[in-house]
Design a protein around this ligand. Structure first.
Ligand code: FES
Length: 128
């Protein structure tokens, strides 16, 4: 399991659980700040994203994870879904965001904060 050193590190460190309790394809919502932070294990990489949708404040991390639709004229229906599990879709109105970066699927310029995650002695630590 790897962590996310590319994300700028600022804020306090929070121990949010044990690495062994977060297998690939799973997430936890850590009680950090007012709305919480979703911590995801995507194919062995940990990512942390604010549990707050910039559209109307929905609980983003309670939404479904899946990929994004990409146009492929040769495919049945002209499109395929790629990068399965790398995006979260808000349960209120389905706005989607890339979990690793917080960047939106559709609405440009409306991103979600992401946070650094690391593992120390088997503990998952989020800096937020
Ligand atoms: S509040 Fe998240 S899409 Fe509307």
């Amino acid at each position: 399991m790897t962590t996310t050193p590319a994300v700028p590190i600022h804020g306090r460190e929070h121990v949010v659980g044990l690495a062994e309790e977060l297998p690939p394809g799973h997430r936890i919502i850590a009680p950090i700040g007012r709305h919480g932070v979703g911590v995801y294990n995507i194919a062995g990489r940990l990512h942390a994203i604010a549990n707050y949708c910039p559209h109307e404040g929905g609980p983003l991390c309670l939404g479904r994870t899946r990929g994004v639709t990409q146009a492929r004229p040769e495919a049945p229906g002209g499109a395929v879904e790629v990068r399965d599990g790398e995006f979260v879709y808000c349960p209120w109105h389905q706005w989607g965001f890339e979990i690793a970066t917080g960047e939106p699927v559709v609405e440009p310029g409306v991103s979600v904060p992401v946070y650094a995650v690391r593992i120390d002695d088997g503990k998952i630590i989020v800096t937020a």
